[in-house]
Design a protein around this ligand. Sequence first.
Ligand code: DGJ
Length: 341
Amino acid sequence: MNILNGRIKILLILLLLSCYNLSFSNEVHSLTDTLIKGSALIDTDGKPVNAHGAGMLYHKGVYYLFGEVKKGKTWLVPDQQWEDFRVPAGGVSCYSSTDLKHWKNRGVVLKPTTNNPGYDLDTGRVIERPKVIYNERTKKFVMWMHIDKNDYSYSRGGVAISDNPFGPYQYLGSVAPNHQMLRDMTLFKDDDGKAYLIYSSENNNTMHVCLLSDDYLTPTKTYTRILEDKGRESPAIFKNKGKYFLITSGCTGWSPNAASYAVADQIMGPWAARENPCKGPNAEVSFFSQGAFVLPVVNKPDTFIFMADRWNKTDLEKSGYLWLPIRIINDKIEIHNIDGR
Ligand code: DGJ
């Protein structure tokens, strides 16, 4: 009798688990349906969305997607030790949507310049991983991005502001926070209104988390070194139930590698390094993608989307995207390649 009860209990648990998985997957499908098929994302004009290394801002009922404009012929920078494929820096694009499915092109909101090789926004430079947050005090939309030279030796954070989420953004200049390198980066605004820059530093060996000034325009002296000597890039951070999660990639240029993540109770650390959150076939190359951002889906508690790029390194303009749900199990996360996209 007891054995039977035990078996029934196990069956019930399995049934509950499979219902949870099914509803989770349905929920996520309704979100990601037309969003991303592991390749092109099409805007409302029927054109491919050109917003790579993207970030997302939610403001007054609208999602704004910002990303790198990659347009033109891809070329290989000579005399580099690694596959330094480049396209002209096309500035930062913006798309808006109210349903995460239909994306309206709002144009290039931070425009590059030409024939000005010494200027940060020249098409001959690198403008990557733009992220935007809103400052309630100054009423400005603040964009931070990675600014570099073709050989990635400049390693600075650029900042721009606008009165509107959809720009135009006015470029204010770039900075090496606390005289440290800044390459792949993201931006995070916490519940208390404080904002942080998180970036690969020290030649990509160690990440830094740096508190921004109250107007979000300047890095403060308050910063911490995390994931020391772990060689991580493409930081994508989110917070759930008081815990911070940071997903990163390894450093293999435009080629995919295994992601990993870290968890913290406080953004300044300590951060506990964890394994690859990607599970299943091709998890070791993050399903041929590299993270850019984690989107908290508004009004859907515990629902986060891992937004990643699928780089096409020899034709960067043709790079695609992969957006996948994050499964949170207490302080652990998993990313599954739903539908094997
Ligand atoms: C990997 C970074 O994550 C990308 O943003 C870009 O900087 C490439 N490296 C350049 O190779």
